[in-house]
Write a protein that binds this ligand. Structure first.
Ligand code: N01
Length: 529
């Protein structure tokens, strides 16, 4: 069998683009296969109104190229989806990546040939490529979840999913809109859709916590200062659990006086953003500490939302930070608008979608357009949409029947020469994705270079090493409150999905140390041939 490429990379988001760049630098041949018509991954598909990153733009960016860091100008504290997509396109052009990216190509199946030690990759168009390695760069939140609500196909108007929004945009002027979901995507888009639509009805199953973004244009002085300090800032970020350079207050919330606690929460609220969850070090470890932060946010909701009943429905009851914290611009305020209605469906599921709207709790709601802000089959969805076949033809679906199992979130026992960038079992979604992606890409590229030097062509995680890592991932999850609620982190949003806390919660520094230890131990836990 002739080999077409050293590596096939699946996906041309930030992970796939950098993987291609690094492999080329290492002298490997590679081809990226991408379903979309352009680069950008998440930022290519998620074009709903208000889509932005919840990590500050100067940190949610590549650091592998100091020149790129210096030349690119972010304009806002939190970059919009169009700006991040422009950045992705700039990177593709600057590093001449497009010539090795094949767009509009969906990988459907990949089979490891044990005789030849090669992967055979099949695409939706019937194409077949052969490579030594496969690297998945498909994103953690890239397989949209469309809930199986009866009658969905009978709705007469247009239905939009926030995770695959029309590229030409949607004009809701003069239209009535029904929105299902109140996660990050809904929280970002609700204020903008409400401003445009004639009426917006939001169907909320679980109330969510959000903190204000206080987004603003970036001051030129601040940008100059960041650019002068970039290396140090990136180094500081690598010492933080989330890989984001923000201050963690190491005090305990319950051991802090009420007055001081209120001062800390107010200061963080006024600053805005995800750093709110680092107000105290034990917010995700101690439920009494957590309650102090949750009470603070609930009081804010009561202050902002004028109708007490609406404020009550909007007030989350679960652990703050258990589901991913959201960052918003004017979310609670939007429920003061006369053209916005909130419907609590927490205690009874939607009965059905009707041709003119939906039926819930015995009432009919009519609207012209339906927006599904219903999230993703997170972390495993995109991987399992491809029929990966490892040794003895075993399907990844089968290997992961009881939940995903990986070694370092990077490799899977029984699937030689397959690497999974930000796979389940890596810190990924609990961190700033860009540095996590870069760390994975560099680890993989270094590994392939080491194999070439040693004349090896096959790498495979051993079963015991994988079991030990799975155990470590589960153990670290068991000490935090994050694993205690029905979130997409545990697969609870997808009926029938095994309940496993999928990301590694030990923090980026511990994870990097684990990866480095493996390398220092001559790739401990891997078998080579
Ligand atoms: O999805 P979600 P998302 N009937 O799963 C509801 C990242 N992200 O797209 O909570 C009724 O959070 C569901 O209800 P419940 C970020 O990591 C980042 O908003 O399951 N409701 C929930 O309210 C985020 O966490 C940014 O009870 C149903 C909502 O739909 C992740 O993506 C921006 C339902 C889904 O919320 C996912 O966010 C946006 C049903 N059958 C997203 N099924 C940034 O800023 C689901 N729901 C970087």
């Amino acid at each position: 069998m002739d080999m077409d490429f050293d590596a096939v990379i699946v996906g041309a988001g930030f992970a796939g683009m950098y993987m291609l760049h690094r492999l080329r630098q290492g002298g490997f041949s590679a081809r990226v296969l991408e379903t979309g018509k352009g680069v950008g991954g998440t930022w290519y598909w998620n074009r709903y109104p208000g889509a932005r990153c919840d990590v500050e733009s100067v940190q949610y960016s590549y650091q592998f190229s100091p020149e790129l860091e210096q030349e690119w100008e972010w304009t806002e504290r939190y970059a919009t989806q169009p700006e991040i997509l422009r950045y992705a396109n700039h990177v593709a052009d600057r590093f001449d990546l497009r010539r090795d990216i094949q767009f509009e190509t969906r990988v459907t199946r990949a089979t490891f040939d044990e005789q030849e030690n090669l992967w055979i990759i099949e695409t939706g168009a019937g194409e077949r490529l052969v490579s030594r390695f496969v690297v998945t760069a498909m994103g953690c939140l890239s397989s949209p979840n469309t809930p199986k609500i009866p009658g969905l196909s009978e709705f007469r108007g247009p239905t939009y999913h926030t995770g695959s929004w029309p590229h030409e945009g949607v004009d809701f002027s003069g239209r009535t809109v029904g929105m299902i979901g109140t996660g990050s995507s809904a929280i970002q888009s609700i204020p903008l859709i409400a401003r445009q639509a004639e009426h917006l009805t939001v169907f909320q199953r679980t109330a969510n916590y959000t903190v204000p973004a206080h987004n603003a244009p970036l001051a030129p002085d601040y940008v100059r200062q960041v650019k002068a300090d970039y290396r140090e800032m990136r180094a500081r970020a690598k010492t933080k659990p989330a890989g984001i350079d923000f201050d963690i207050n190491w005090a305990s919330a319950v051991e802090t006086s009420e007055a001081e606690r209120a001062r800390v929460f107010e200061t963080r609220w006024a600053y805005g953003g995800l750093g709110f969850i680092a107000s105290f070090a034990d917010l995700l470890l101690n439920d009494q500490s957590n309650k102090t932060a949750a009470d603070f946010v609930r009081a804010k909701i009561r202050e902002i939302v004028r109708d007490p009943r609406t404020a009550e429905i909007l007030s989350p009851r679960n652990i703050i930070g258990c589901k991913r914290l959201c960052v918003d611009t004017g979310y609670w305020e939007t429920f003061n608008r006369p053209n916005v209605t909130l419907v609590d469906i927490g205690d009874e599921p939607i009965e059905r979608i009707t041709p003119s709207g939906l039926r819930a709790k015995g009432s009919d709601y009519d609207f012209d357009c339906l927006v599904l802000a219903t999230g993703f089959d997170a972390m495993t969805g995109a991987l399992l949409n491809v029929d990966f076949r490892g040794r003895r033809g075993i399907a990844l679906n089968e290997a992961w029947r009881d939940g995903p199992k990986t070694y370092l979130g990077l490799t899977v026992a029984g699937f030689p020469n397959l690497f999974t960038i930000t796979g389940p079992g890596s810190p990924s979604v609990l961190t700033n994705m860009l540095p996590s992606i870069e760390q994975h890409v560099e680890w993989i590229a270094d590994c392939l270079e080491a194999m070439r030097t040693r004349g090896q062509t096959v790498i495979e995680a051993t079963g015991p090493a994988q079991e030990a890592w799975v155990h470590e991932v589960g153990n670290s999850a068991s000490i935090t409150l994050r694993a205690t609620c029905s979130s997409w982190y545990v697969g609870a949003n997808i009926p029938g999905k095994p309940r496993v806390f999928m990301p590694y919660i030990g923090g980026l520094p511990a994870y990097i140390a684990a990866c480095e230890e493996v390398v220092a131990g001559s790739y401990k836990g891997f078998a080579f041939s």
